[in-house]
Write a new protein. Structure first.
Length: 684
């Protein structure tokens, strides 16, 4: 049957060379067009719910950087950029009375809290601390701020931290010693500081009054967590008297576990009390009910199990009488209370979408509020809900929903650019994958598709591995970029991807190299069979991180369909990775350390199968990538060169696991497009 299907495909319409899209073509999503788009995030409702404050990241091309500004959308008025953004402004938060706005800015030389009036015309500096402010919350009574500050735990004050940093900067020696893990996190080496939460009183004018007080004095822990925690890691009670935060306190063993707990501490001072010591899995995202009588949080039941589905927990304000509110085969990713306190709002991956759900605070009944696209940045106030929604065909926009009314889109950023673009609609498909279980994916036709012509195809493979493709807009791996360049695109949520049940996610544990590969093979066959415009003999497979690992596995286990391979930040030697990456507990994916399960590690380690490599491969890596250290990419390229296989190594010295600087991203992505075009071009 397969031979018949392939024969029909090969005998189909004539091959069309992939049309080359350029950044200047207004009908195609070019690389620079995508890099220059305005990025909307972090919506915050005013206390009366009538206005939404949000952030917009724009790109300064010549400076090769993104710049954040604050915007305000008020009912009956067009959204407007606040004038104080000219000095750089982000993390906008409403004052308790709704008449002024606090925000972070480095306009004074370091990251500090500033304050502006509701119109955003003039700014006054609130904090002048000797260390940077990395995050903050505003007390609902308007009398204080909770500040997140990086400090040396053994320092008695902030000046001590500053003096030590200055002394280190002046020293001609660069020698650093470490006595425990982690040595480095994501893209930086640890310098011994910890993120601590400080209480800062405000005077009647909303400005700092006195010195901030460390609510975690002497605690060997980070809040927010490093390297990518945020203010969802801590919550101040509505009366401003009690702080709840999530952190790890295992000392030297911290790097080898993901078990975090909730701690309760009065802002007046005292010893933090662990509220969740009985749960060995991670507890986080604490959220107070609007009346301050209940506490909710997210709890995963198992220690060191990646992709474990987090349940919604509810307890009394002091943490007593906790109960599991949800017993749900989907894991909540974020949590906030509805403003009336009768329900909680959670986001969760579900069937290829990142949906918004409402959970009844009494019964645990769950109902979807937003069922398509990807939702993030959810906030509820005054009977309204604000969030950012994006999808395959649109970057993020702010939406507001009131009561049972339909949600309305309140921003239109990038509207003119989007209106001119030819962006093909994603076509979902389902096939029988590993264990004959249903697996889902998407196909994107090429932009400007002409009936009767056939087109080359790229197979995009997601990372994680427990980070599914969702119906969302990406500024890193956007399928519309490849559709714009004239390719068909195939994407599959193979076994291990969240959003299809816990068993589906767990199935990849101990099976990195076989079950997902089987899904990818069967998904490829299904996509080709259903789309006769795809030229399966003119194709490349592309992946990053775990996707790059899978590209390296494909190179030996399934290289026949592909003319070329693209591997960004991929894995060559799995045992070496697990002992060198910045996450010490990532060995959960293989059930233990390499020296205890070496046979399994070696079975699924791409470097052990190089003798079967033959297809041209592009390898890309950043020097500041400590998640998958660059030695993995160097080893891949070295093996390719030694085997005499056509290959190219692209080095990005100032980037981490992601390519973030706009000019770097455009050049990096162009390398990928040039490589795929070179190997999929028709033979003269």
């Amino acid at each position: 049957m397969m031979a018949c299907v392939l024969a029909l495909l090969l005998a189909g319409p004539s091959l069309a060379q992939a049309p080359a899209a350029t950044a200047e073509d207004p009908a195609r999503l070019g690389l620079r067009t995508l890099a220059m788009m305005e990025r909307v995030s972090d919506p915050r409702l005013s206390p009366d719910g009538r206005s939404v404050l949000y952030s917009v990241r724009t790109t300064e091309w010549e400076a090769n950087r993104g710049v954040s500004s604050l915007w305000l959308a008020t009912e009956g008025q067009a959204p407007r950029r606040l004038a104080i953004s000219d000095g750089g402004a982000g993390t906008g938060r409403w004052a308790a009375d709704g008449q002024s706005i606090y925000f972070l800015s480095s306009r004074g030389g370091s990251s500090q809290v500033w304050r502006t009036d509701r119109e955003g015309m003039a700014a006054v500096q609130v904090t002048t601390l000797p260390v940077d402010v990395s995050g903050f919350r505003v007390a609902q009574d308007g009398q204080a701020l909770i500040l997140a500050l990086p400090v040396f735990v053994d320092c008695a004050d902030l000046k001590c931290t500053r003096d030590r940093l200055d002394a280190d900067a002046k020293s001609p020696s660069t020698v650093q010693g470490y006595d425990r893990l982690p040595l480095r996190q994501f893209d930086r080496w640890n310098d011994g500081r910890r993120n601590h939460l400080f209480y800062l009183p405000l005077n009647g004018s909303g400005l700092a009054q006195g010195a901030p007080r460390d609510l975690m004095a002497g605690v060997d822990a980070d809040v927010p967590s490093q390297p990518q925690g945020d203010e969802s890691d801590y919550a101040l009670s509505p009366d401003g008297q009690v702080l709840i935060y999530s952190t790890q306190t295992q000392g030297a063993g911290e790097a080898f576990t993901n078990n975090s707990d909730l701690f309760r501490v009065p802002v007046a001072g005292g010893t933090p009390v662990n509220l969740t010591a009985n749960n060995t899995g991670p507890d986080g995202s604490p959220a107070w009910s609007p009346d301050g009588r209940r506490l909710a949080w997210l709890a995963a039941p198992r220690e060191n199990v990646g992709g474990d589905q987090a349940a919604v927990m509810v307890a009394a304000a002091d943490g007593s009488n906790p109960r599991k509110l949800t017993d749900w085969d989907r894991g909540a990713a974020s949590l906030t209370w509805r403003s009336d306190g009768q329900a909680l709002l959670v986001t969760a991956a579900d069937d290829g979408q990142l949906k918004l759900f409402e959970v009844d605070a009494r019964t645990g009944a769950i109902r979807p509020l937003v069922e398509d696209g990807a939702v993030n940045g959810v906030e509820a106030r005054a009977g309204r809900i604000a969030y950012v929604r994006d999808a395959f065909d649109t970057p993020g926009q702010v939406w507001v929903r009131q009561g049972g009314s339909a949600a309305r889109q309140v921003t239109q950023h990038n509207a003119a650019v989007l209106a001119a673009l030819d962006m093909p609609a994603a076509q979902p498909f389902t096939f029988s994958g590993w264990n004959d279980e249903p697996v889902r994916g998407w196909v994107f036709p090429p932009a400007g598709q002409v009936a009767g012509e056939r087109y080359p195809v790229v197979y995009l493979i997601h990372g994680g591995p427990k980070s599914p493709w969702t119906n969302s807009w990406s500024y890193r791996w956007n399928p519309q970029v490849y559709a714009a360049a004239g390719y068909g695109v195939v994407m599959v949520n193979f076994h291990g991807s969240p959003g299809y049940g816990q068993a589906f996610t767990d199935s990849i544990n101990d099976h990195w190299g076989d079950r997902p590969l089987e899904d990818l093979q069967k998904g490829w066959t299904a996509a080709l069979a259903a789309n006769d415009w795809m030229d399966g003999d003119s194709a490349c497979a592309l992946g990053a991180s775990y996707g790059g690992y899978m590209v390296n596995m494909i190179a030996s286990q399934w290289n026949a369909p592909f003319d070329c391979l693209v591997n960004h930040a991929g894995v060559f030697d799995v045992p070496q990775l697990m002992n060198a990456m910045d996450i010490g507990n990532f060995i959960w994916e293989f059930g233990g350390p390499s020296w205890e399960r070496m046979t399994l590690y070696r079975q699924f380690s791409p470097g052990d199968h190089v003798s079967d490599w033959s297809k041209p491969m592009l390898v890309l890596h950043g020097s500041r990538d400590f998640r998958v250290p660059m030695e993995q990419g160097l080893a891949t390229f070295s093996a390719l060169q030694r085997m005499g296989i056509p290959s190219r190594f692209v080095h990005v010295p100032d980037e981490n696991h992601w390519i973030l600087k706009p000019q770097n991203w455009v050049d990096w992505q162009q390398e990928i497009l040039d490589w795929t075009a070179r190997w999929t071009a028709p033979t003269p």
